[in-house]
Design a protein around this ligand. Structure first.
Ligand code: SF4
Ligand code: SF4
Length: 104
């Protein structure tokens, strides 16, 4: 499992670094985030949900049946939109109300 960070979107806020429980994400000299230890990422998705500019995507590899699909989240108030860009070009979106997340 691992993430992809879009350097062109990253604004260097450091939130992903702060929330990663494994301290896997670093900030380089250009103030851009990168994952230093991608093999150690266990896909908790904390960094993805914290990024204010949606620069981080989670890679769904073949081992998870994702065949290269990418997932990211976008926030709209209490709603988190989980957006999957499938390997075949289709986009699938699931909306979760954070206030009701204990229901799932
Ligand atoms: S998904 Fe979790 S473990 Fe992986 S880099 Fe992001 S915060 Fe760290
Ligand atoms: S949270 Fe997003 S914008 Fe902030 S440093 Fe990480 S990738 Fe860059």
């Amino acid at each position: 499992m691992s993430i992809l960070i879009d350097r062109t979107k990253c604004v260097g806020c450091g939130k992903c670094h702060d929330v990663c429980p494994g301290t896997l994400i670093k900030i380089d000299a250009d103030k851009k985030a990168y994952i230093k230890y991608p093999k150690d990422c266990w896909g908790c998705t904390s960094c993805i949900k914290e990024c204010p500019v949606y620069a981080i995507k989670f890679y769904l590899g073949a081992d998870m049946g994702g065949r290269g699909s990418l997932v990211h989240t976008e926030k709209d108030g209490d709603i988190i939109r989980w957006i999957t860009e499938r390997f075949d070009g289709e986009t699938v979106e699931i909306k979760i109300n954070q206030k009701e997340s204990n229901k799932y």
